[in-house]
Write a protein of this length. Sequence first.
Length: 63
Amino acid sequence: MVPLQVPGATELIIILLNLLIVAGFIGGLVYLVRRFGGSDDDKDERIEELENRVEELEREKES
């Protein structure tokens, strides 16, 4: 029977660094998709809210 070989500290650190790099890459992709991949309805609704807020501020400034 051949004993299982357990990697040493150096190998474990390299494996963990690779996992962190992959997780960061996937996280970055998810962020970009959520940031720039929103539906047009959401963007239109947000623009309308901002336009309404600008109109309110302009009215407050005039008074």
